[in-house]
Design a protein around this ligand. Structure first.
Ligand SMILES: [Zn+2]
Length: 503
């Protein structure tokens, strides 16, 4: 009996409360400003019992958060920055990242809208909220500008680092050496980024990574670790607000020259080059270092075969007056993404990536022949997907940025380089079959990372199957490797004879 009476009293109190909420709500509508700008909301903030209620969805989304409403449960889930908050209508309690916090006022449904008390907003984020009674408005201001994300883009000629800001802020720049760094101190808070978002692994030719930390309570320090003494530029943009750090590649990429150990005579153009013609060839022996590539039955490694072919090809082309660069001259690791960048840097007319094929995964050691690939976002030709998957495996990018990659490749398809590459691939494939006597598997198309981003004729060649014991035997011999090199060398010469001056 006692319990029932308590429930009845509670029920009446609740009823009175709802009536009170609705009654007062209609009288005290308020204006709303977020960071000094008028925030238009479907319903205005209201004052109930001297306390401010805000339209939940409008305010949370304006602050950059997410809101999910489960009407059947009267449950409200809010996400903002690192905070996850659960609220239930009419219950003066919040669960913040799994911990219960008592509220002075419960969230409520007012005139069919889900409204949250101002204190919830204050629990969610560092804001100052002021109720300006003369202007009849609520002013919500973030305590300081904050960083919303840190991103990076690798271009052939520069690396761009973008720091997205909640609003415009001031910053100072320091260029430090030993090791080389660009440091930008921004008057802002880093509180909106989690640990993972505070560090960006760039690892291209110019920048190794970008780190950030709350240096002082009101200053964020962003440190870009450079791979050498490169020029940089820092500037800010609006709409949306961001601070941009550009790191520029030098004319001759110092880091790369060291890595490739290009002898000085190779950099000087030999005599006999036609004016205006780009007679630079970049050869890319696949894999290397910790990446052996495909391995044959007798233990022959793809990385060794293709390096030897590349060195032979280089010698042949140099004798014919070409300027030749290799992406690697010995058994070292070269990031997949950096290989086409080297070709761009050298303004190559032709880029050739050399590989040996493997069909072990499919259990078909009888697969044989030569095939030549050009870049495409789609797979064209039997087994094209298997080959692309295998050759792309070395890249971290391949696994989680597949969509971005496909977008870039789709854009590239519009460019003339695909057409040129197809012409070049036809010549290469014909010469390979002619010189090696191996089966003709044709010209195929697939999204190869190593061919990404180049604006020249670029092909990937699979010079026989290392997984086929017969072809592995051939791939072991200097004579066969010489034949492959000769075929590619002749194809390059034939192609460049008729190359258009501009693309
Ligand atoms: Zn390979």
């Amino acid at each position: 009996m006692y319990k029932n009476r308590v429930l009845t009293v509670l029920f009446i109190l609740l009823l009175l409360h709802i009536i009170a909420v609705q009654g007062v709500a209609q009288q005290d509508n308020l204006g709303l400003k977020l960071n000094k700008a008028v925030l238009d909301t479907d319903v205005p903030p209201v004052v109930v019992d001297g306390r401010v209620y805000l339209p939940a969805r409008d305010i949370i989304e304006s602050l950059g958060g997410r809101i999910t409403w489960f009407p059947a449960l009267k449950l409200l889930n809010l996400n903002l920055g690192k905070k996850e908050v659960s609220l239930v209508i009419d219950i003066p309690e919040a669960e913040i990242n799994g911990e219960k916090v008592l509220l002075q006022n419960a969230p409520a449904i007012i005139e069919d809208r889900v409204m949250i008390p101002l204190e919830v907003v204050q629990l969610l984020t560092e804001v100052e909220a002021e109720w300006d009674k003369t202007a009849q408005e609520i002013n919500i201001t973030s305590r300081q500008p904050y960083i919303t994300s840190i991103r990076s883009y690798s271009h052939p000629d520069k690396t761009r680092i973008v720091i997205d800001m909640s609003e415009k802020s001031t910053y100072n720049i320091f260029i430090l050496s030993g090791p080389d760094r660009v440091v930008v101190d921004i008057k802002a808070s880093l509180s909106q980024l989690n640990k993972e978002q505070q560090e960006v692994e760039v690892n291209d030719l110019l920048v190794s990574r970008v780190r950030s930390g709350q240096f002082t309570p009101d200053t964020v320090r962003i440190v870009s670790d450079l791979k050498g003494k490169y020029n940089s530029q820092v500037f800010d943009l609006t709409g949306p607000n961001r601070i941009v750090i550009d790191v520029f590649a030098p004319e001759i990429l110092l880091g790369e020259a060291e890595q490739l150990e290009i002898p000085p005579e190779a950099i000087t153009k030999p005599e006999g080059i036609k004016d205006g013609g780009k007679q630079v060839v970049v050869i890319d022996p696949g894999h290397g270092g910790s990446q052996p590539g495909a391995i044959g039955y007798s233990g022959l490694k793809e990385k060794e075969v293709v390096l030897d072919i590349a060195l032979k090809l280089k010698k042949m082309l140099q004798e014919k007056g070409f300027t030749v660069y290799l992406t690697r001259e010995k058994d070292v690791d070269v990031a997949l993404e950096n290989r086409p960048l080297i070709a761009m840097q050298k303004e190559a007319a032709v880029f050739v990536s050399i590989h040996t094929n493997s069909a072990l995964q499919k259990g078909s050691p009888t697969a044989k022949g030569v095939e030549t690939y050009v870049l495409n976002s789609r797979y064209i030709g039997a087994s094209a997907k298997d080959v692309a998957d295998r050759e792309n495996k070395a890249s971290k990018l391949y696994h989680y940025e597949d969509n971005i990659l496909n977008q870039i490749i789709a854009d590239l398809e519009e460019s003339a380089s695909i057409g040129f590459s197809l012409n070049f691939a036809d010549i290469v494939q014909k010469k390979l079959v002619q010189h090696t006597g191996l089966g003709n598997r044709g010209v195929k198309q697939a999204p190869f990372l190593v061919l990404k981003g180049v604006n020249m004729a670029a092909v990937l060649i699979e010079v026989g199957f290392i997984s086929n014991p017969n072809e592995e035997k051939l791939l072991k011999t200097p004579e066969f490797r010489e034949k492959v090199a000769l075929a590619i060398s002749q194809a390059i010469q034939d192609y460049l004879k008729n190359m258009p001056k501009d693309i």
